[in-house]
Design a protein around this ligand. Structure first.
Ligand SMILES: Nc1ncnc2c1ncn2[C@@H]1O[C@H](COP(=O)(O)OP(=O)(O)O)[C@@H](O)[C@H]1O
Ligand SMILES: [Mg+2]
Length: 268
């Protein structure tokens, strides 16, 4: 495998990340390490700051404290040259995963190539067909996006995210809005991507089933912090009530138990 990480094999290194919207602190000291070739799933309830973390990792949202390194390089507005270099090696599949409706599927997928690379049309056509094969959409390059099903649009958007052969791929809620079968197919694709290309993959999701079927490691977010980072088994077997709440999809029991409260006050 090519060297796509620093000497520790870390592709993503986040330390002490704090992010605000106005006075609202959404992320409060996040540490995160993602190793080369693994699938890291960042899990947390709705509003726990998953998308914010992703946007901050990508340099789209500024952190008020902490540091982000991607592919071994500091990745923030203070290092514009790194932003330029590293961005070409990152693929992103955002929630929604929209294609431009006025362009064919093939033209949509070639878009990043037209922006970042100087290649002749026939080379781009071959690369487009390869990526469409990879996402199980052979022979669709001349269709318009409106002719595709929801799951096919997601896969075409994935082909577009892969066209530059990224060393690092980010997914935000990849299976949002998909039926269970289509969503399982997308999980399969993500696994195949890791296995065939060695791409390091970061997936942000609130879906447990998907998390457990694709994750090498899981980072659980809650209350702006990392509640836990570990293997699937470590997370499943955690005795931490906050983790168990997330796993059992119970509403967060923030309401104090009045009896327990009284006992604490009275020391009984
Ligand atoms: N652009 C924004 N402006 C202000 N608050 C925001 C913005 N985006 C998200 N938030 C708030 O930040 C918190 C985390 O949101 P988000 O990162 O979207 O969570 P998740 O992706 O885990 O559902 C929420 O309380 C949300 O209301
Ligand atoms: Mg989100």
């Amino acid at each position: 495998m090519t060297m796509q990480a620093d000497s520790d094999g870390r592709v993503v290194e986040v330390e002490g990340l704090e992010v605000h919207y106005g006075n609202h602190k959404v992320l409060d000291g996040i540490d995160l390490q993602v190793n080369a070739g693994e699938i890291m799933v960042i899990m947390g309830g709705s509003g726990s700051g998953k998308s914010t973390l992703l946007r901050t990792l990508l340099g789209l949202k500024e952190a008020s404290a902490g540091s982000v390194k991607l592919l071994g390089k500091p990745f923030d507005a203070r290092h514009p040259e790194n932003l330029r270099q590293v961005r070409r090696r990152i693929g992103v599949a955002f929630q929604g995963g929209a294609l431009l409706s006025s362009l064919t599927v093939g033209e949509n997928i070639r878009l990043p190539l037209r922006h970042h690379a100087r290649l002749d049309e026939s080379t781009m056509a071959v690369m487009t067909r390869m990526k469409l094969e990879m996402v199980n959409l052979p022979g669709t390059e001349n269709l318009m996006p409106a002719q595709l099903s929801g799951g096919m649009v997601k896969r075409a958007a994935l082909a577009r995210a892969l066209i530059m052969d990224p060393a690092l791929m980010f997914f935000d809620e990849p299976s949002a809005g998909l039926d269970p079968v289509t969503s399982a197919e997308l999980d399969e694709l993500i696994l195949r991507l890791r296995d065939t290309t060695g791409t390091t993959i970061v997936v942000v999701t609130h879906e447990l089933e998907s998390t457990f079927s694709i994750a090498d490691r899981i980072t659980m977010l809650g209350g702006g912090k990392v509640l836990m980072s570990g293997s699937v088994d470590e997370v499943r077997n955690s005795s931490d009530p906050q983790i168990q709440n997330l796993l059992n999809r119970r509403p967060n029991l923030e309401q104090p138990d009045p009896d327990a409260y009284l006992r604490r006050l009275t020391g009984n």
